[in-house]
Design a protein around this ligand. Structure first.
Ligand code: ADP
Length: 279
């Protein structure tokens, strides 16, 4: 297993002068430098086409940087051998934009599958899967098939599958269209809880309000470059930050999501104040 020990051991993820050009000549990333420590929660935002997916794909070793170096868990991804990739990916739990659930498998088996492929024993699986389904609020749905679930529930199955093997890094790529307000918020709440256990979380999102609300580190990508890192304290105008190429219903959904999050109050706070007012 190639290891990269030069730059200290505590950095979980490091992109150094990373550029990525696709075969057709498109430069998707341009001199990107990012360091993420174990236990951080990082939002990645940027317009459509900015380079967010490319960044995630390089982290997952689906794509390789054209120049620069990428080190994750002390492994240099640039030169990683094909046979080492599946082992490396065990450190990652990925919630894909389109969830990628297996249609003819129950919720239970979709999550169990992630454990079976790494050779976990059925005894362990039968304990762990119900536990994780409980964490994401799907204990009652374990026998359902994906097409019997709402979009939000499907996303939670995808999340359960991402965390079931205790990955060090959870990568969540939020769907672009039809963003459901409550759903976005719930997913970040769950990711927050997972992060509180020491797991690193990286989430791509389109909701500026979500980002503002949670006050975590924010990396903004524009035209393949890091425009800003940690803009959570900056004032962002949500309206102008909407990706320009979204269709109307997606834009409306994002605005509704922002509205929901603006007015959202956790149960505990609501009881405390006893009122409806916010901020
Ligand atoms: P985002 O996730 O922020 O929408 P992407 O990383 O998908 O951005 O895309 C960045 C740029 O790279 C865009 O111009 C996109 O068209 C281009 N791109 C993405 N994937 C490929 C590919 N496989 N081949 C060629 N160009 C690509």
């Amino acid at each position: 297993m190639p290891r990269h020990k030069k730059d200290g051991l505590n950095k979980l993820i490091e992109f150094k002068n990373v550029s990525k050009s696709y075969d057709n000549g498109t430069k998707a990333l341009d001199d990107v430098n990012i360091k993420i420590e174990q236990g951080e929660f990082v939002f990645i935002v940027g317009d459509s086409g900015a380079g967010k997916s490319t960044l995630l794909k390089i982290m997952m070793r689906e794509e390789v940087a054209t120049t620069g170096t990428v080190v994750i868990k002390n492994r240099l991804l640039n030169t990683m051998k094909k046979r080492d990739i599946p082992y490396f990916r065990r450190h990652l739990g990925i919630v894909f934009q389109d969830f990628r659930l297996i249609p003819n498998m129950t919720v239970y088996d979709n999550v169990a599958f992630a454990m079976r492929v790494i050779g976990a024993k059925e005894k362990k699986i039968s304990k762990r899967v119900p536990y994780v389904l409980g964490l994401v609020g799907l204990a009652e749905k374990s026998k359902a098939l994906p097409n019997q679930l709402s979009g939000g529930e499907q996303q939670r199955v995808a999340l359960a599958r991402a965390i079931v093997n205790n990955a060090d890094i959870i990568i969540a790529d939020e769907p672009t269209g039809n963003v459901d307000a409550k759903r976005s918020y719930e997913i970040v709440e769950m990711l927050n809880k997972i992060n509180a256990t020491g797991t690193t979380v990286i989430m791509v999102t389109h909701s500026e309000e979500l980002v503002r609300r949670f006050g975590r580190r924010v990396i903004t990508i524009q035209d393949g470059r890091i425009k800003s890192d940690d803009v959570s304290r900056e004032k962002i105008v949500a309206e102008s930050a909407l990706p320009p190429d979204l269709n109307l219903s997606s834009r409306r959904a994002i605005r509704e999501a922002d509205e929901f999050i603006r007015n959202y109050k956790p149960e505990s706070e609501r009881k405390k104040s006893g009122g409806e007012s916010d901020e």
